[in-house]
Design a protein around this ligand. Sequence first.
Ligand code: NAX
Length: 332
Amino acid sequence: MAEPIRVCITGAAGQIGYSLVYMVGSGAVFGPDTPVILHLLDIKPMMTVLNGVCMEISDCALPCVRDVIATDDPAVAFKDIESAFLVGSMPRKEGMERKDLLAANVKIFKVQGAALEQYAKKSVKVLVVGNPANTNALICAKYAPSIPRENFSAMTRLDQNRAQAQISAKLGIPVTDVKNVIIWGNHSSTQFPDVRHASAIVNGQTVSVYDAIKDDAFLKGEFITSVQKRGAAVIAARKLSSAMSAAKAACDHMRSIWEGTSEGHFVSMGVFSDGSYNLPEGVMYSFPVTIKDKKWSIVQGLPIDDFAQEMMDKSAKELCEERDDAIAVCED
Ligand code: NAX
């Protein structure tokens, strides 16, 4: 077996954490032959719950888990880690405005960015899941200046998986036969799920999803809104927000970083915008990316029509506003 890698999961006592620790411990991210040392962080009042999670990890007898460190101290949680799933954050409470939530959560990511700077390996790959994920990732990177900013990304893979699943259901084909669905922008209701560049295998032939579905109104209307509002639909049904699917998506995202993307495939993730596709620089925008040697590159040259550009710009505008609010909160 290879040397163990240290993987941190924050919010490990929460509901996404509950599924995520199992998936990471079972080898679903770093492979069945790579042992992991799990660093689990949560806040002090959750330490009893976290201890119960540790008992269950032990009882799973997972072959990949070499050790588990449960703590409420970021210095311990981030020490020498190579991979971080930053899930822990404050949930929206009743009567809380989006701005209040942003203010509370970006402060957490400011503190964690500074702790990553001090304790993590400089090669650490940081995936931010806690909302507002894109802007939290931006703030986290800002306060960890000696870690390359390309090492930070925000999760829109759940949105991508949701979109891919919807297309596969519509076409009656396996989800693995749909590729290159894109999520542009923010992990919020302004995101733009785009299948214009996606393809599917239908009756043994690779065809464009647009040609296979042949329903422009659906793809520009109901499809987009149903992906945008899927999180709310899960809450309405489950009385709890997405957890198993969010954990699976986080694993997919980190595995893509570790393994890279295969030829002809791209995935979506929130990364530092370099101004591609006439979008503003300096925000964490979800783009289609290819990954090689743990480094992502934004897919270039996709043709963008007026409808798409308008949708992409709308989400960019929201991200610029979030960034400005977040920086003001952090510098206060
Ligand atoms: P839970 O409330 O079940 O768990 C959050 C955990 O984080 C709790 O155990 C809490 O004590 C802990 N926590 C709070 N502050 C912390 C801190 N400073 N350090 C470490 N731990 C801390 O929420 P859960 O359902 O697990 O969701 C976690 C986050 O994921 C939320 O922000 C949620 O909005 C976000 N999501 C993001 C998604 C995405 O696609 N990017 C999708 C799923 C999810 O909604």
